[in-house]
Design a protein around this ligand. Structure first.
Ligand code: C5P
Length: 230
């Protein structure tokens, strides 16, 4: 296996597109490259689990990014439905609490799927956190929720690549760190502010890199994927 094929297995391409056709077109272009696909709320709302089965036929591993957050019973029952599909990794909000995470983790693991937690959304600054009653600083809150996720047997968390180093120290070497905010030197930043290059993010301890627009908006998505490692 070439170096870039092996590295591509750590890339999760965020399919933030507004139609099933665009999503399938991108998937066909990227098939065989080794990368994962991320299906978020918009695409899921448009196409549901059916599209995920199409992606599976093309050989992809799938991260379903729905950020579930509800009472434990509701999330557990939803997990039973989702894990019966071809998804490989699912997420919940850590702020849903220990019981919600633990019961979800049990369902996912029984089905052989991975489950990760969302700590603090990067759209939430310290002022917004304080407005919802969180007195901790952002990093302190991220670490607190990541440790709770670990205790509840989640496989890891979604976190900014900037937080990867401290989370790796606090949560150990096996904990998955799935990090967005990735930009190769050659790419535009779009609305991302604090970014790391793919190689720097891996050095900081990321397990998987979530990359969207540098690949999905490129003239040749497949070429852009391979150029992540330039
Ligand atoms: O296009 P881009 O590479 O910025 O896409 C990043 C993906 O990661 C998007 O799907 C976005 O919703 C997601 N994300 C993020 N920052 C977070 C969490 C998720 O950019 N903190």
């Amino acid at each position: 296996m070439t170096e870039s094929l092996k590295l591509n297995e750590k890339v999760i391409v965020a399919l933030d597109v507004d139609s099933r056709e665009k999503a399938l077109g991108l998937a066909q272009e990227l098939a065989g490259s080794g990368c994962w696909l991320k299906v978020g709320l918009e695409l899921y709302a448009l196409s549901g689990l059916n599209l995920i089965e199409e992606f599976k036929k093309l050989g992809f591993q799938i991260f379903l990014d729905l950020k579930l957050h509800d009472i434990p019973t509701t999330v557990e029952k939803t997990m039973r439905v989702l894990t019966a599909s071809g998804v490989d990794m699912i997420n919940v909000h850590c702020s849903g609490g220990y019981e919600m995470m633990a019961r979800s983790a049990e369902v996912c693991h029984r089905a052989g799927k991975k489950i990760i937690g969302v700590t603090v959304l990067t759209s939430m600054g310290e002022q917004e956190l304080s407005a919802i009653g969180v007195q901790n600083g952002t990093e302190q809150q991220v670490v607190r929720l990541a440790k709770l996720a670990r205790k509840a047997a989640l496989d890891g968390v979604v976190a900014s690549a900037q937080e990867a180093k401290i989370l790796r120290q606090e949560c150990g070497s096996e904990f998955l760190l799935v990090t967005p905010g990735i930009r190769p030197e050659w790419s535009e930043k779009n609305d991302q502010v604090r970014v790391l290059t793919p190689r720097k993010a891996l050095e900081a301890g990321s397990s998987y890199l979530v990359v969207g627009r540098p690949i999905t908006m490129a003239e040749s998505p497949r070429e852009a994927l391979d150029r992540l490692w330039d």
